[in-house]
Design a protein around this ligand. Sequence first.
Ligand code: PDD
Length: 290
Amino acid sequence: MSRIAYVNGRYLPIQAAGVHIEDRGFQFADAVYEVVSVVGGCLADEEGHLARMGRSLSELRMPWPVAPAVLRQIMRQVVARNRVRNASLYIQISRGAAPRDFRFPRDPSPTLVLTCRAARFQTPEQLQDGIACITVPDIRWLRRDIKTVGLLAQSLGKQAAAEAGAAEAWQIAPDGTVTEGCSSNVWIVTAAGVLVTRPASPLILNGITRQSLLRLAAAMGLGVEERPFTLEEAFAAREAFISSAGSFVLPVTRLDGRPIGDGRPGPLARRLRQAYFDHVGAPDPVEAGR
Ligand code: PDD
């Protein structure tokens, strides 16, 4: 069965779907996006993702192409037409097609694209053993809080990680603190058992999974500090993990070839991952798929 995409009002087989060559998403990365995980048929943190999309649009002075309530219906249609239970749902909105000019078009007609891809998210081994990460300098622009499709730095970082046999690259600010992964937020657990993650600011994307985990951690009575932390602190941590739509809570057990803690996934990451799926209302797809 062919995958079905939604493009500006039409549901099409993915091979037949396309956008204009002068689309500003293509020409200028003048586009925002969201990734929503579909877990056991549930749209994980849908509210949060749509709220952040609204924020990204308004920061770039782009209108919603359709009302958020309509977008919700389209999201469900795309999931249904692709007949998936576990999947990544991508929503992309650009300022639309216009003759190439850096300045905004006077009468923009935004492009809305949704695609959906069946996902296993992680392998059981990745969950059992944790993942390896490398570090790369953070070379991005300074509005990382806007979820734009300008992802070249992250693509280079992920490629470097893959070539080093790692699953993710942590981006390091010039002051030696960790900003975030290329497509995830980063967390450590200190020797004293405190969860630490960088506070929301224009220097990171304020992850929707991150925000849910902060609420869950508070409800669980865990000690949490939102502050920048250095690479040295990460090497001295008891545990580390990443969070994102799709990785959920994924233990990091090696960083630049060195073990974190005892080199095994830690108990706090496990508890938070479970808490996250309880919050989504679906079982962990990796555990369920074993
Ligand atoms: N990326 N930081 C960056 C740079 C990201 O690209 C992402 C998500 C996150 C985590 O955000 P959230 O919890 O809302 O997914 C943090 C998605 C998954 C992607 O680009 O594929």
